[in-house]
Design a protein around this ligand. Sequence first.
Ligand SMILES: [Zn+2]
Length: 386
Amino acid sequence: MSKLMLRNIGTLVSGMIEHPILQSDALLVENGIITHVGREGELEGAGADRIVDCGGATVTPGLIDSHCHVILGDFTSRQNQIGFLESEVHGGVTTIISAGEVHLKGRPKDPAGTKALAILAAKAFNNFRPGGGKVIGGAVILEKGLTKEDFGEMAREGVRTVGEIGLGSIKNPEDAAPMVKWAREVGMTVMMHSGGTSIPGSSVVTADMIIETNPDIVSHLNGGPTAVPMEEVRKLVYETKLTLEMVHCGNPRVAVEAAKMIVDANALDRVIIGNDAPSGTGVVPLGILRVMNLLASLTPIKPEQAVCMATGNTARVHKLNRGVIGEGREGDLVIMDAPMGSVGEDALSAIEAGDTPGVAMVIVDGEIVVSKSRNTPPPKRKPSIL
Ligand SMILES: [Zn+2]
């Protein structure tokens, strides 16, 4: 039994975009699960064995990176870089979702090897939490020759996601359609690349191809890194109900223009936030916070809504029991505040001003995994462990 109590919370962001701010200043996490959200007085006598006084700082659900090109371990052969996943946790990210292990040198493209890599990555990341963060690994890349039975086997062995369609040999909607159907039947979430070619061997994917294929997620609506033309963005926003992903390693102008359309279309619940790194653009430990900044400082999206796009929205489309502050949810949390020197008075006003907030503490399953971020600027207010 472990009981962690957070008290003296200044602002509590729920992760639920229809209701982003909770009028509570304390919560309790028991054995990794949030069991109570309320007022501090109600939680006295709950018998917490660890109490964190948040000092009036902001608490949000742990951030979710919806688009990461992991391989295995905390290493990417794309940039020959180690430790990038742990580094993301220091940016408040507690869940990292693979969009496909495409950067593995020598990646097999036959059905047996494709399936084996997805299962291996899913299982390996189930057993490995870099820096304490959770990784949903093993996003199968669609290659010619995969069968209905293969999808059944992958799902049974823990593969939950179809990585970006368009990165493998299955490129057009006719070839993708049966595989998307098989993946859906076994409960997988399906991502599809959009826009220009990203890596050698991948292809340009247009809005019409996406609409015809009907995935769950339009990966990097703002480009990864090259965006579809604005009229195609418009089509995807106004004429579909698809989940729309905004990424760091994309086109910032399209992100801003698309966000304005999304607000106009009242489609805030369809937006999720990813890094699309490691990629040629680099390795971006603070990418999720930076996309939140971009959306909240340069578009009509409010900072608390941007937080929900990086938490509850992503958890919903990926069927994860986290990303939301509520009883029965996994106890993944971030304590953050305005960074020292910011014109912002708290985390949300700093984000709205375009400043990267200071991450003061990161908690996964009720355990503190970061007590001082090595990557963000220091927060004005710091929590204390009592
Ligand atoms: Zn892509």
